[in-house]
Design a protein around this ligand. Structure first.
Ligand SMILES: Cc1cc2nc3c(=O)[nH]c(=O)nc-3n(C[C@H](O)[C@H](O)[C@H](O)COP(=O)(O)O)c2cc1C
Length: 198
């Protein structure tokens, strides 16, 4: 279905969910992978993270609060996301403000992770230099022995929620005359749509 003002839903989440489902059904590898761009003292930086769904319209992801992205987000709460679904020729860009989830919310998600991933999160001071892989592996073994049952949520690990200010949908068209529709949120919570030149 072409991306036209007439066809596009009023609610950008309806369009996002439709495109996300289509990407999944079309066999896009890892459709939940998104680029997260942040800005900090040392300038901009970007990396992939996993999209973990919505909460009250916010895009959720999880990470280490002491990582580069974590310190960037303390410096500047604004961030951008990019999804690219090659098979369905779709890109979604999101710009907004990020806050940390409450600890209880992060605990809830952490408990759903496999034990190995929980231990790795606890062992890894993400983005800090480490002398060798062996150091990390030994730390995981130590922690596995210390926590034979439940692994506690690391102090410096948890969720983030990005509240969008705008969401842009891009669909490729012939001769590179692509479609771009950008949804801006109004203070009332409704959305205004504008077309951007490709
Ligand atoms: C497909 C993919 C998904 C990833 N998902 C996450 C994630 O959800 N959370 C995370 O902290 N790192 C994730 N990573 C690792 C990050 O890209 C990055 O290496 C790490 O978070 C450190 O980034 P920083 O130093 O910029 O904070 C993922 C990497 C890839 C390739």
């Amino acid at each position: 279905m072409p991306l036209t003002e007439a066809e596009a839903p009023r609610d950008p989440y309806d369009l996002f969910n439709r495109w996300f489902r289509e990407a999944h059904e079309a066999g896009v590898p890892q459709p939940d992978a998104m680029t997260l761009a942040t800005a900090g003292d040392e300038g901009p930086s970007a990396r992939m993270v996993l999209f973990k769904g919505f909460r009250n319209g916010d895009f959720l992801f999880y990470s280490n609060y002491g990582s580069r992205k974590g310190t960037d987000l303390v410096h500047d709460h604004r961030a951008a996301l990019v999804f690219f679904w090659s098979v369905t020729h779709h890109q979604v860009r999101v710009y907004g403000v990020v806050r940390r989830l409450r600890r209880a919310e992060s605990v809830e998600y952490f408990r759903t992770r496999p034990r190995g991933a929980q231990l790795s999160a606890l062992a890894s001071r993400q983005s800090r230099t480490v002398r060798s892989r062996e150091v990390l592996e030994n730390r995981v073994l130590e922690l596995a022995a210390r926590y034979p049952d439940d692994v506690p949520l690391p102090k410096d690990w948890g969720g983030y929620a990005l509240r969008p200010r705008w969401i842009e949908f891009w669909e490729s068209r012939e001769d590179r005359l692509h479609d771009r529709l950008r949804y801006h949120v109004r203070t009332t919570g409704t959305w205004r749509v504008e077309r951007l030149a490709p």
